[in-house]
Structures are given as C-alpha cells and as structure tokens.
Design a binder for this molecule. Structure first.
Ligand SMILES: *[C@@H]1O[C@H](CO)[C@@H](O)[C@H](O)[C@H]1NC(C)=O
Length: 154
C-alpha cells in the first residue's frame, strides 16, 4: 500500500514539477516593455530555461512584440508576414533553447529608443533542481544487465 502511494506521489511530482519550477520573467520588471530601457542590462545574468515564460507588460496599443531573428534584432525589422503580439500582457512560453530576439514594431521604438530584447534560453536539464527524465530512467531500468559468463567462456 505505502509503496503504491509513494509511486503515485512520485508520478504526480514528475508530471507537475516542470510547471512548478517554471519561472515567469516580467520583461523590464516594474517598468515593463517600454522605450528607453536597457533590456540588455535587464537580461544580463538571468538564467532562463526551457519552460520559463517571458511576460511583456505595456499599455495595449502603445507597443507590441515581434519575435525576430538576429538580423531582425540588429536592424529592428520584423518579417513582413509575421504577426505581433498586441494584448499588453503577452506571455511567451520559451519552448526551445537557444538565442531569442524580440522587438517592438511600433513606430521607431526599436531603432530610436532601444526597445529590443535578446535572451539566451538554456535546456531545462541544466535547471538547478533537475528531475530525471522518463527517457533516462526507462533506459536505466530496462537496460539488459550483462550476465556473468564465468564457466561458459574458454
Ligand atoms: C531573418 O529574418 C529576415 C526577415 O526579417 C529574413 O529575411 C532573413 O532571411 C532571416 N535570417 C535568417 C538567418 O534566418
């Protein structure tokens, strides 16, 4: 009985731990997503992991959020066919690791007022409290253990 309850508790923890550990990062903190804010300084030293969220807070209609590539970040340009986030409380789930870039596409906010953000997202296995993935534990428990061959060899 006790061991089956323990198993259920562990299964529930394994399922929900990633979302419990996920962190919401409010871009610009209490200043939010705005012009003339140093987002490079804001991002410096932050360890963002896959599963974390970026929250862009701004007065709806005043700014927006485009996800762009490195070139778009440098040049403050978004692909013509891309659609910006405009809700004023935009939550972006960081689903993959790597370098990510975001700009404001309103007026010249990116070009003239530095409203652009570049971050690096790390794989979740680097997280401070790593939980073993099911893939790893499957492999660990199902690997055929080499049987002793004394007596059969030679
Ligand atoms: C970056 O995005 C621009 C459109 O904004 C596109 O023309 C360019 O090919 C992209 N560069 C890369 C490396 O994907």
């Amino acid at each position: 009985m006790i061991s089956s309850w323990l198993f259920i508790i562990l299964a529930v923890l394994a399922t929900f731990a990633p979302s419990i550990l996920a962190t919401d990062y409010v871009v610009g903190d209490d200043k939010g997503w705005t012009i003339n804010f140093d987002y490079q300084a804001w991002a410096r030293g932050k360890m963002l992991f896959v599963g974390d969220n970026l929250v862009f807070n701004y007065p709806k209609g005043v700014h927006n959020v485009y996800k762009v590539n490195g070139t778009g970040f440098q040049e403050c340009s978004a692909p013509l066919d891309s659609v910006p986030l405009t809700s004023g409380k935009d939550v972006i789930n960081l689903a993959t690791s790597g370098r990510k870039w975001y700009i404001c596409g309103v007026s010249r906010h990116c070009l003239d007022a530095g409203q652009k953000l570049a971050i690096t997202v790390f794989p979740s296995s680097f997280a401070p409290s790593p939980s073993p993935t099911s893939e790893k534990s499957d492999r660990k428990f199902s690997a055929p253990s080499p049987s002793p061959t004394w007596g059969y060899s030679n």
